[in-house]
Design a protein around this ligand. Structure first.
Ligand code: AMP
Ligand code: ZN
Length: 141
């Protein structure tokens, strides 16, 4: 895709600090890290959503993420925990529409966090969970 930032990185039309590359997956440092060590794992094929990526390639992405996870823990990069994050769609916070998996170090008081709605603390009834469960399950292939 010609105007996609990540395709441009893959095609070496934009600079990037590349930590991993193979025929199918590239991983590079996020230009605006949540914390030092923030890395993006990106399939080379241009797909907007992770659901459009085939299972083998999704597995490859997670394999690379696992390698990076272990490397961060082994390195001297400050990390007390690690987050994986994937924004799948604009409403989910996606800003670059070439799917990618974030992986970044976390530590206490690092300032990052998720915000919840006001009624988050009110747990749904089991019946409601079951109903939603069945609805989604019926659509599973
Ligand atoms: P998302 O909101 O999940 O789509 O995240 C997009 C991520 O891409 C953000 O964390 C950006 O900082 C990162 N990003 C945008 N442009 C570049 C770039 N040229 N090189 C590396 N990371 C980038
Ligand atoms: Zn792309």
């Amino acid at each position: 895709m010609t105007d996609c930032i990540f395709c441009k990185i893959i095609n070496r039309e934009l600079p990037a600090s590349i930590i991993h590359e193979d025929d199918h997956v590239i991983a590079f440092m996020d230009i605006q890290p949540v914390n030092p060590g923030h890395i993006l794992v990106v399939p080379k094929v241009h797909k907007e959503l992770i659901a459009e990526v085939d299972e083998d390639l999704t597995s490859r992405m997670f394999k690379i993420a696992a390698k990076i996870n272990r490397a961060i823990r082994k390195s001297n990069i400050h990390s007390e925990g690690i987050n994986y994050f994937l924004a799948d769609g604009e409403a989910a916070g996606q800003e670059v529409f070439h799917t990618h998996l974030h992986i970044f170090p976390r530590f206490r008081n690092d300032g990052f966090g998720l915000r919840f709605s006001e009624n988050y603390t009110q747990l749904p009834q089991r019946e409601e969970l079951d109903e939603i469960c069945v609805t989604i399950k019926e659509s599973m292939e």
